[in-house]
Design a protein around this ligand. Structure first.
Ligand code: IMP
Ligand code: MG
Length: 177
């Protein structure tokens, strides 16, 4: 698996350090609130599991899965594959994503969750690719900004593989071709 990686962009140590910082910030910002952290599957599962353990105030977790409509990828249409179990009324929602790219996924999820009357909705993304943004979406907590290149590892996949890498890396071009 290591042989398929062109370059390590963000090391495991850098990720851990940054998550500790974000966790402290979330703990301060949500003190006294009714925090519900919502993981967007599958990409954010590893980030989510490390992030919740770096937050030291009471919180709840829930999971949601969305997918793009097959054959309509460029339309940006998104559907819910697995919905949340927990009602959102009066809760402070923090959506946890692996990467914010075009922003269409988070635009859709935010609009779906907003009508369920939570107290607030914010976004925490491990990676941000601002150069690719189409939707008018900004994250409130960002781990790292990345260039316009396809990255894998630490939850992020290429054809469902490489999620278990401890770091964020670039794939060798021959893997795509
Ligand atoms: P968006 O709706 O364009 O913002 O897409 C976000 C989703 O696309 C992410 O949750 C990822 O699943 C996927 N994605 C976007 N860029 C990458 C990448 O560089 N590597 C792996 N997955 C990506
Ligand atoms: Mg994803």
């Amino acid at each position: 698996m290591r042989n398929d990686i062109e370059k390590v962009l963000i090391s495991s140590e850098e990720i851990s350090k940054r998550i500790e910082e974000i966790g402290k910030q979330i703990s301060r910002d949500y003190e006294g609130k009714d925090l519900l952290m919502v993981s967007v599957l599958k990409g954010s599962f590893i980030f989510m599991s490390d992030l919740v353990r770096s937050v030291d105030i009471p919180l709840e977790v829930d999971f949601m899965m969305v997918s793009s409509y097959v054959g309509q990828v460029s339309s940006g249409a998104v559907k819910i594959v697995k919905d949340l179990d927990i009602p959102l009324e009066n809760k402070d929602i923090l959506i946890v994503e692996d990467i914010l790219d075009s922003g269409r996924t988070l635009e859709y999820i935010s609009s779906v969750l907003r009508v369920r009357n939570p107290n607030s909705i914010k976004i925490c993304t491990l990676l941000d690719k601002p150069s690719r943004r189409i939707a008018n979406i900004k994250a409130d907590y960002i781990g790292f900004e990345v260039p316009d290149e396809f990255v894998v590892g630490y939850g992020l996949d290429f054809n469902e593989k490489y999620r278990n890498l401890k770091y964020i890396g670039l794939l060798k071009p021959e893997i795509y071709n």
